[in-house]
Design a protein around this ligand. Sequence first.
Ligand code: GLY
Length: 392
Amino acid sequence: MFENMPVITDDEIKEALDFSTKQVVSNLPEFTYKFQKAYSEDNFYQPIENNYWTTGFWTGEVWLAYEYALEHAPHLAEELKKVGEIHIDSFLDRIDRKIEVEHHDMGFLYSPSCVAGYKLIGSEKGKEAAIKAAEQLITRYHPIGEFIQAWGAMDEPGNYRLIIDCLLNLPLLYWASEETGDLKYREIAEKHIHTAIKNVIRDDYSTWHTFFFNMQTGEPDHGETCQGYRNGSAWARGQAWGIYGSALAYRYTGRKEYVEIFKGVTNYFMEHLPKDMVPFWDLEFTDGDDQPRDSSSASIAACGMLEMIKSLDGEEKALYKKYAMQLMKALFDNYAVKDPSVSNGLVLHSTYSNRSPYNTCNHYGVDECNSWGDYFYMEALTRLHKDWKLYW
Ligand code: GLY
C-alpha cells in the first residue's frame, strides 16, 4: 500500500516549519488579544474572543513556533513567548469565569495552551488554569456508564454519550494527577478510555463518532454519527482521533491491547485513503467522488503514528513512520499554504462539519483551513524535526 509514495525530507520539514513559524508571527498583531476562529472563510481566519472549543490550537501554534524560533530564529522567540503568556492570562480568566466550559473539550483547550506554557516556560498561571480545567472536566464524569459526557446538560438521556474525540482530552487528566499527586483525575481518565475504546471501535476497526449509554443502567446503547456522512460510515477525523487517541491511551496506561487497537484503526484509515493520501471528510468516499477533503485528519493521524512508533520496533516501527512521513509529504506538496496572500492559515482543504442526506450536521468550515488542522500539521512537523516533549 502506497509503497511508491515519497516521504517528506529533512529539508522540506525545515522549509515547512520556517514558513509556519513566519506565518504565525505575521498573524500575531491580529491574534494576540483575539483568537483565530475555528475555521477560515475563503481561507482567511477572522478574530474571535476566547469562547470556543478550538482556541487552544492557535495558542499551541504560538508555542510550537516559539520552540522552533528558540532554535532557528532566536530574534522571534521573545515576542512569541509574550503572546503565549497573554493567551494564558486569557485562558485563566476563561476558566475562572467559566466562559463556555460546559463541555468535555478542556484538553483541547488547555493542553496546547496552558500545559504547554507550564512545560516550556514554567508558567505558574498556566499550571493553575490547566488544573482548574481538569477539575472542570471531571465534573462531566458519569459513574453510571463510566465515561465523560461530551456535550450538553448532564441530566438528559439524549446527551448521555461519549465521543471518540474525547481521547485527546484525557492527557490533561494524567498531567493533573502528576502535578497534584491526586489520583482522581487519572482514575477517571482510565475508566473513560476503557469504556470509549470498548464501544466506539467496530469489529472491522472503523469507528463510531459518538456512542450512547443507558442513563439508568449504564449499559452501552448505540452508536451514532454526528459529523460523519451516515451512521455506520467512518468519519475521517473521528478515525484520526482514534489513531492519536489509542497511541496516547497506550502512552498513559501501558495497556498492550491499545497497541492492537492503534494498529487496527490506523490500518483501516490507510486502507481507505484516496490516491494522494489525503482523506475525504468521510472514509466512505474515494477518488472520483465529488466531496471535500479533510486534510486535518492526515496531520492528526501522522501525530498519532509518530507517538506510537516510540513503543514499536523493527518493521512495524518503520512502516508507521513511513506512513506518517508520506502523509506529511502529501500535505506539504499539495495542501500546505506556501504564499501568505492565499491564506493566513497553514493547511488548506479541511472540513469541520459537512451536511449530508443522512445526517443533521451543521454545514460550516467546509474546504477551508481549520485551527486544529494547522496546529497538528505543525506538531507533526515538530515531531519529525526533533525529540519533542508533548503538550498532551
Ligand atoms: N472535536 C470536534 C471535531 O473534530 O470537529
